[in-house]
Every structure is written in structure tokens, then in C-alpha cells.
Design a protein around this ligand. Structure first.
Ligand SMILES: Nc1ncnc2c1ncn2[C@@H]1O[C@H](COP(=O)(O)OP(=O)(O)OP(=O)(O)O)[C@@H](O)[C@H]1O
Length: 278
């Protein structure tokens, strides 16, 4: 469990973040605060800037202006050496695990690769046991360590990607459309797993999704993005029960399937959390 940092700083405080591609403004001054262990969903239609925000925060792309403070330290100005250490604490899980998992590596190699890069985390004799522990934690079996990514279903591959992110003991996991490619019932199982990890390990999440219903049972706060701007932010309850903007209402309407069976399948099966192997 991660402790709140001593200074009582938020885990992440983002101020007025801007990013352009040429003359196109993809992020127009986004601000928000994330506390340790908190989950913030970032929702918005395609092209609204959600991935650009994630990439700027992890410095996979450089923001043009603004600030992002990680426990009070401006991570956008952080020198490379400090950033290298910080990257460990901020992990990303992408939409398509077939692209992020090297098909030639076994699950054991994929997960332990994190410790090749960061050997300070775990001595080599402990790698095997830790890989097996992580696989169990994400609802897979220790025997899966010797398999290759193509031998798993989409939901199981996403669990491997999550285990790999956990290997570095992150304090924040940024999920960029991490469940969007999965069937609705498998989506709910993977979200239930993330929720279990959040409760057990105190990990904070930024959870990017274009579909509002999937975040309802998981997020604490929702930030709604449109054309590079945050147009509404609130608790899940505020956003779902009294959205202030038409755009948010439209997102809610678009995401709600009229079929109650589909709605039920989307809801997170809390009691089954992490036990099924989607
Ligand atoms: N490398 C790039 N070069 C030029 N334009 C880009 C680049 N990356 C993103 N954009 C543009 O910035 C805007 C925001 O893109 P972004 O990927 O952040 O949107 P998004 O909300 O994540 O969309 P989606 O839900 O489809 O993933 C889009 O109009 C996109 O075309």
C-alpha cells in the first residue's frame, strides 16, 4: 500500500497543460488534481485530446507549456535521470496488448523485463516467484508464465499487460482505452481487476475511455474533454446524475445501450472481482 506522501502533496497536479501539433491545438490548457490512490476517468469523443494528455504526462510527447507536478516536483522540467526513476512509478497500459507485448517473449520474459531495466527493484533469484505471484494477482495461473502472448484471449493479454505494469510497483497507472477493444462482459471483468488492485495496492489510475458507462463503477472523478479542453469535471455521481453540459449529456446518452442486458453486462461484477479469466 502506498503511503500518502509526507508533505501532503497531491500525487499529480496538472496546471494549464498545452500541446500543439503544428498549428493544431490538441490540448488547450488542461488542469486537474489527482490524489494518491484516486481514480480519474478521462472521457470524450475521438480526437478530444485524451491520449495527448496521457502522452504529455508520461513525457512520451513533450507539452508546449503548463506544469505537471508529481508530488510537488515539476515532472515536465525534470532532468532525464530523475525522469528515469519516475517512469517506474507511472506505468501505462494501452488499448491493444498485441502491439505492446512482444510476441517472441514468454510471459515470464515479458514481466521480468521490467527488472532487467530496473534491477534495483528485485534481485534475480526472486524473479520467478514474483512473476508467479503477479500472474495470480491478475487472475491468471503461475503455469501461464511459459506461454506466449498469442496463446491467450484478448482479456487475458490485457491481464498480462497489467501484471507487467505492476512489476515496477507503480503509484499511478494510466490506462489508455485499456478495455475498449474487449467485449462488454470482459471489459467489466478487467475493470473489476483494476478496482481490486486499487483497493489492495493503493494505486492511483487515470482511466481514459470514450464510453462513459464503463467508468461508472470504477472512477472517483470524471473529467470530460472536448476539443482539447476540460469542459466538465466532477465526481462520478455528479457527472452521471446531474451533468452540467449538453456535451456530457450526449456522451452519457451515446454510451447507454438501450438493451438492459447489455447495461447489466457492463456493470462491474464486484463479487467476482479478479476471479474470472476474461
Ligand atoms: N502526432 C500527432 N501529429 C498530429 N496530430 C496529432 C498527433 N497526435 C494526435 N494528433 C491530433 O490531436 C488530436 C487529439 O488526439 P488524441 O489522440 O489525443 O485524441 P483522443 O481523444 O485520444 O482520441 P481517440 O479517442 O480517438 O483515441 C486529434 O485531432 C489528433 O488527430
Amino acid at each position: 500500500m502506498h503511503e500518502p506522501n509526507a508533505a501532503g502533496e497531491p500525487l499529480l497536479k496538472v496546471e494549464n497543460l498545452c500541446k500543439s501539433y503544428g498549428s493544431f491545438k490538441a490540448l488547450k490548457g488542461v488542469s486537474f488534481t489527482l490524489q494518491p490512490g484516486e481514480t480519474m476517468a478521462v472521457v470524450g469523443e475521438s480526437g478530444s485530446g485524451k491520449s495527448t494528455l496521457a502522452r504529455a504526462l508520461l513525457r512520451l510527447d513533450e507539452a508546449d507549456s503548463g506544469h505537471a507536478y508529481w508530488k510537488g516536483r515539476d515532472l515536465l522540467k525534470m532532468p532525464a535521470k530523475e525522469l528515469y526513476q519516475l517512469r517506474r512509478q507511472m506505468q501505462m497500459v494501452f488499448q491493444d496488448p498485441t502491439q505492446s507485448l512482444n510476441p517472441r517473449m514468454t510471459v515470464y520474459q515479458l514481466i521480468s523485463e521490467a527488472w532487467v531495466i530496473h534491477p534495483e527493484i528485485l534481485p534475480k533469484p526472486q524473479w520467478r516467484a514474483r512473476v508467479e505471484e503477479l500472474l495470480t494477482q491478475v487472475g491468471l495461473s503461475p503455469a501461464h508464465a511459459e506461454r506466449y502472448p498469442h496463446q491467450f484471449s484478448g482479456g487475458q493479454r490485457q491481464r498480462i499487460a497489467i501484471a507487467r505494469a505492476l512489476a515496477l510497483r507503480p503509484e499511478l497507472i494510466v490506462c489508455d482505452e485499456a478495455v475498449s477493444a474487449l467485449d462488454v462482459s470482459i471489459q467489466a471483468q478487467v475493470i473489476a481487476l483494476l478496482d481490486k488492485l486499487r483497493r489492495e495496492l493503493g494505486i492511483a489510475f487515470i482511466f481514459i475511455a470514450h464510453d462513459l458507462p464503463v467508468v461508472r463503477d470504477f472512477a472517483d472523478h470524471v473529467m470530460v474533454m472536448q476539443s482539447g479542453e476540460c469542459v466538465e469535471v466532477g465526481t462520478v455521481r455528479q457527472i452521471f446524475e446531474s451533468p452540467q453540459r449538453d456535451y456530457t449529456r450526449r456522451l452519457l446518452d451515446a454510451g447507454l445501450d438501450p438493451d438492459p442486458r447489455v447495461q447489466a453486462a457492463r456493470r462491474m461484477p464486484k463479487v467476482r472481482a479478479g476471479l474470472e479469466m476474461g
